[in-house]
Design a protein around this ligand. Structure first.
Ligand SMILES: O=C[C@H](O)[C@H](O)COP(=O)(O)O
Ligand SMILES: C=C(OP(=O)(O)O)C(=O)O
Length: 452
């Protein structure tokens, strides 16, 4: 029955899929993938579901982030350490500000497929669709979709997951060490003085905990969950466990704990939403500025049929100029439906622009403005601003404009390394973290006042 539903889901129109040149070879690769080892376990995914239920109830915060596009070349321990370290450092600042747990979900171990606006690039070549499909190198041969890349993606994801588990357990579980790195940011950033008070308060809290005899190295501190966009359906549908623990039999993805459906593939009649309906994993749906409140309620109805808190995350990416106008009626209508979704802000994808010198970029001030608008909307409506979804790296790239160092267009070429969209660098990310910390602290106060 479930297998038949899967066949029916995949028979629906699927946007953004590659035209594999040799279907027989693709089928052979998919058969091989079905035999491959899973990247994550259902028990881990169930643990994330429980953590996300707390987020949906307003008792925790979801922090998701990482590269726009993972690449095979950058799948190295140092790169993962930098990105995971950044995620954990941001999480520490936000945990302290919110006085609530932060659930860390990396864009990692599978974020290899990219939806694109145009099928061809400026040179007339097939566009780069992520390392799982073709190569970024600008030649016709390299851009031709190659199904064998799905096997390479799986092997890379398995390696990344093993590293991520080890790095988070052995290197990033000590809040004191993370805090020391954050203090270095505060000491060296041109806007560090602005964040000194927050850093000192965190310092005091950590010393207080040490006084109580705990360094805070808990199992929760070393946890990490992974996520990616469920875009390439040949890959996503190849590794599924049967999951009979819930109210109806479903599949649990063996490829990631959390999967999201992107803005370009969220059509209600399409294969991606139908596929997501068959998963027991927590699911995200990106909602852009054209989303209507009625559509949002339909996602809730289809993807959260049993009204499970945190099962669905609605990831708004409206753009800084539209968030205050477009988001409120959506939040109101979904709230009235009685479902407890997670409201997450992706301040990246609605704020992309092309610089005068031809780089795809984003302005730091626009990113902050969208997050501020998101918090304002939820404060106004009395709902929980439950999470943040960032494209960010712990490396010192020059891809987004602005921030404390005032990165300008002329700075972009120096270290513009992304394979797709521009990421915040480590310093811009920490500046954002301290800014969001203030917003979160405020929202916690309002939450407590309302609860009284
Ligand atoms: O990461 C996201 C998408 O792949 C991206 O925003 C689409 O980018 P494009 O407009 O450059 O194709
Ligand atoms: C493509 C992405 O986002 P969106 O679907 O919101 O454009 C992404 O998060 O990588």
């Amino acid at each position: 029955m479930l297998a038949q539903r899967l066949v029916a889901a995949l028979a629906r129109p699927a946007a953004q899929q590659p035209l594999w040149p040799d279907p027989a070879r693709t089928a052979a690769v998919v058969r091989q993938l079905r035999e491959a080892a899973p990247i994550v376990t259902p028990a881990e995914t169930a643990r994330l579901s429980a953590r996300l239920a707390a987020v949906a109830r307003g008792e925790a915060f979801l922090l998701q982030g990482g590269d726009c596009a993972e690449t095979f070349a950058d799948n190295t321990e140092p790169h993962l350490r930098a990105n995971l370290g950044l995620l954990k450092r941001i999480a520490l600042v936000l945990t302290h500000a919110a006085g609530r747990p932060v659930v860390p979900v990396a864009r990692l171990a599978g974020q290899y497929a990219k939806p694109r606006s145009q099928p061809v690039d400026a040179q007339g070549l097939p566009v780069y669709r992520g390392d799982i499909i073709n190569s970024v190198e600008p030649t016709l041969a390299a851009r031709t979709p190659d199904p064998h890349r799905m096997l390479r993606a799986h092997a890379n994801a398995a390696r990344a997951m093993a590293w991520a588990r080890r790095i988070c357990r052995e290197e990033l579980a000590d809040p004191h060490a993370l805090h020391q790195q954050n203090l270095r940011f505060v000491g060296s950033s041109p806007v560090g003085a602005r964040h000194l008070r927050q850093a000192e308060e965190l310092d005091r809290s950590l010393r207080f905990m040490a006084g109580l005899g705990t360094r805070g190295r808990t199992a929760q501190q070393s946890e990490i969950y992974v996520s990616h966009e469920a875009l390439l359906l040949d890959y996503e549908s190849a590794l599924l466990w049967a999951d009979t623990r819930g109210p109806e039999p479903l599949f649990s993805s063996g490829l990631a704990h959390f999967l999201w459906i992107g803005e370009r593939t969220r059509g209600l009649d399409g294969a991606h939403i139908a596929f997501a309906e068959l998963l027991s994993n927590p699911i995200g749906v990106k909602i852009g500025p054209n989303t209507t409140p009625e559509q949002a309620v339909e996602y809730v109805r289809r993807l959260d049929p049993h009204a499970t808190p945190g099962r669905l995350t609605l990831i708004s990416r409206m753009g800084h100029a539209q968030v205050r106008e477009v988001l409120p009626p959506i939040v109101e209508k979904v709230t009235a439906s009685g479902h407890q979704v997670i409201w997450q802000c992706d301040p990246m994808h609605g704020n992309s622009q092309t610089s005068g010198n031809g780089y795809k970029t984003r302005r730091f001030s626009h990113i902050i403005e969208e997050i501020t608008g998101f918090f304002e909307v939820h404060r106004e409506l009395g709902t929980h601003p439950g999470g943040l979804h960032l494209e960010a790296t712990g490396e010192d790239v020059t891809e987004c404009l602005g921030g404390a160092r005032g990165l300008g267009e002329d700075d972009l070429p120096a270290r513009y390394r992304t394979a797709c969209d521009p990421r915040l660098n480590a310093e811009q990310s920490m500046e954002l973290a301290f800014t969001v910390a203030d917003l979160l602290a405020e929202s916690t106060v309002h939450h407590l006042e309302r609860a009284r």
